[in-house]
Design a protein around this ligand. Structure first.
Ligand code: NAD
Ligand code: DAU
Length: 356
């Protein structure tokens, strides 16, 4: 028995692969294109581990994926591979359309061909789990209830629209061809190996290097934060016991305004690594021009997953964020490697036009 993980060199995918092999001996074939967001250093601890087979490839490569599925007798696919950053999708949507829509389609086609050729018992066992996001549901007002699985799709950014398209394809492959799919829609993750283009790792790193902590607009936008290892445990649980064709929302009931998140980071850093001038890192907070089309609030109702599958997050926001700050303090070499090279041109592109 072997599973295929796509995008397993990215933030959540690499945490998933590490957790999977930490708890099970079932091998993982890890297919990743190694875009700017993919990083084999995340998987360095698996070097020499025969349970982990890494393949550098695109999820849109139908022939290669079909042959990998056959060669390894794959019993489940977990699809993390995607372009994932909203701001990048605003600056250049093309890669999002290619990977998140066309790539997901080709991956589904290869999986469908493979699944059709399986013996009845293996066919019954097989699952395709698609990892998606709460952003497909759009934006909530302050008084609205959190997103349930039945919430209307209202994606607002090129990123969320491309993820919504892939969710629809996954749904259609179940409805039309009977492909045994599962979909998870999760809220904002944070934790180890988070690429420092995203709010939490960006602010930790900017704080430590004396740079501004850029708050888009008024900083009162709300996100619902989940520690990445809790997302991984939810995916494992859905793969193990989820009902085929169902969607499960994943979240930890941790709604926070962006400004509160950044102030919390500053307070933890003030304690763990005080600034040499004795001032608070919060002095580096800088309000900058807002993100176009910025969604005001996301919040996940995870009660279906909790009720049906008994899943619960292990971390609160307070425990998870402290672990995360400590991880970044302990892994500065990882960060320095990531922020060299191309990362600098992204920072220039995204922040130079924003008025402070
Ligand atoms: P990430 O950007 O850190 O990693 C994406 C990975 O996919 C990278 O390793 C990249 O090299 C790989 N990849 C990109 N295009 C590819 C292609 N065409 N073929 C093969 N590999 C390719 O993203 P992440 O934050 O780890 O997110 C993983 C998945 O989870 C995404 O599908 C995302 O939409 C979803 N998600 C993310 C969050 C979050 O808060 N980060 C929350 C909910 C859902
Ligand atoms: O909700 C799940 C989604 O969470 C995932 O689907 C995406 O892949 C993931 O990137 C994340 O999207 P967000 O846009 O919410 O994450 P980001 O870290 O980019 O931004 C979090 C919030 O912080 C958002 O309201 C924008 C704001 N922000 C972000 C950056 C990078 C700032 O205020 N300043 C910044 O510099």
């Amino acid at each position: 028995m072997t599973i295929l993980v796509t995008g397993g060199a990215g933030f959540i995918g690499s945490n998933f692969v590490l957790d999977w092999l930490g708890q099970s001996d079932e091998p993982v074939v890890n297919l990743d294109k190694l875009t700017y967001a993919g990083n084999l250093q995340n998987l360095a601890s698996l070097q020499g581990d025969s349970r982990h087979v890494f393949v550098k490839a695109d999820i849109g490569d139908y022939d290669l994926i079909l042959s990998l599925l056959k060669q390894h007798g794959i019993r489940a696919v977990v699809n993390f591979a995607a372009e994932s950053h909203v701001d990048r999708s605003i600056h250049g949507p093309e890669d999002f359309i290619q990977t998140n829509i066309v790539g997901s389609f080709r991956l589904l086609e290869a999986v469908r061909a493979y699944w059709n050729g399986l013996q009845p018992a293996a066919k019954d066992e097989f699952h395709f789990l698609h990892v998606s996001t709460d952003e497909v549901y759009g934006s909530l007002e302050k008084q609205d209830p959190p997103f349930a699985e039945t919430h209307q799709y209202q994606p607002n950014s090129p990123y969320s629209a491309s993820k919504a398209a892939s969710d629809h394809l996954v749904r259609a492959y179940h409805h039309t061809y009977g492909l045994p799919v599962l979909t998870t829609n999760c809220s904002n993750n944070y934790g180890p190996y988070h690429f420092p283009e995203k709010l939490i790792p960006l602010c930790i790193q900017n704080a430590l290097t004396g740079k501004p902590l850029p708050i888009y607009g008024d900083g009162q936008q709300i996100r619902d934060w989940l520690y990445v290892k809790d997302h991984c445990s939810a995916i494992r649980r859905v793969l193990e016991a989820g009902r085929v064709g169902e969607v499960y929302n994943v979240g930890g009931w941790n709604e926070k305004a962006n400004l509160d998140v950044v102030n919390t980071l500053c307070a933890i850093l003030d304690e763990l690594k005080p600034r040499t001038d004795g001032k608070s890192y919060a002095e580096q907070i800088t309000y900058v021009t807002d993100r176009p089309g910025h969604d005001r609030r996301y919040a996940i109702d995870a009660s279906k997953l909790e009720r049906e599958l008994g899943w619960r997050p292990a971390e609160t926001f307070e425990t998870g964020i402290r672990k995360t700050v400590q991880w970044y303090l302990d892994h500065q070499a990882w960060v320095e490697n990531v922020v060299s090279g191309d990362y600098q041109s992204w920072v220039e592109k995204n922040y130079s036009d924003r008025v402070a």
